[in-house]
Design a protein around this ligand. Sequence first.
Ligand code: PHE
Length: 337
Amino acid sequence: MDINEILAQVDAEIRDIGTREGLEEFRVKYLGRKGIVAQLTGSIPTLPVEERGRFGQQVNALKNKLSCLIREKEKSLADSGTKAASGEEDLGMPGIAQELGHLHPVTQIITRICDIFMRMGFAVVEGPEIENEYNNFTGLNIPLEHPSRDVFDTFYLKGGEKLLLRSHTSPVQIRVMQKQKPPLAVVVPGRVYRPDAVDASHSFMFHQIEGFLVDKGIRFSDLKGILEAFARAVFGEEIKMRFRPHFFPFTEPSAEVDISCIICKGKGCSVCGRKGWLEILGSGMIHPNVFKHVGIDPEVYTGFAFGMGVERIAMLKYGINDIRLFFENDLRFLKQF
Ligand code: PHE
């Protein structure tokens, strides 16, 4: 057998192969145990001694070339798809599923709560997370000696003008009322920051929704009515509410609002600390000093304001016991919503 002839022949032969089976046949024919390369190798001892070396090298070159050709062909067959190799398509084979993302549970709750207020006529407004000291504190009647103005209780930014990461969404009350005059009905979702040590119920960053309504003749009973409609929409018709007297510098009178415990329905359990009630937000009638700061006459207008923690509402609604879960991006948690 002439090796050069074989070399020319394999190029043409392999070009015509279109299936894995065909390629396997080709491999066996040349590289199999009884294949052509084996036969050539076997014939070496029959050659004159001086030809053996050169012939052996040629056989080796042929073997290498065949291996190369087969590898290339395998790759091109795989690239053109198994379809061509098997000659049939499996139409019943399931497709490759795409993982569909969805909104983060905090975003879902914010959307839901804003929807509830929008249906009652409130507009949604956002404000910046970097605020000045005036909007976060002074304009809201929070006195200089108030502990929340302390550097330990607020993230201040370096620089001349006193800038800070807002510690609540209430500064947006100031921003809106400086620009627009009553009647006003606004909700404000957004991130707030406090240098709290992180644990199951505290985070240095969380979300609030502020709400306020200002017009002539707005009374505390309007606040109660609106908040009750809100609580029913989020937690169900049977939910009970109570207003506990409290203090906020920017509202007077002020109240913290509790709902009846959704776990024990008010009987007392470990979730509500045996009290039967769960605190959900702070609220009150907007302080006359706040109105004065924004140029609204407190003798003409009255209004209420409230602020709630979004994660807290979500935790109560879904029975989540650790606020850190919202920020860890663990898909096992997030996929449940
Ligand atoms: N800003 C208050 C807080 O963060 C909540 C609040 C808002 C209370 C509006 C009363 C009125 O605790």
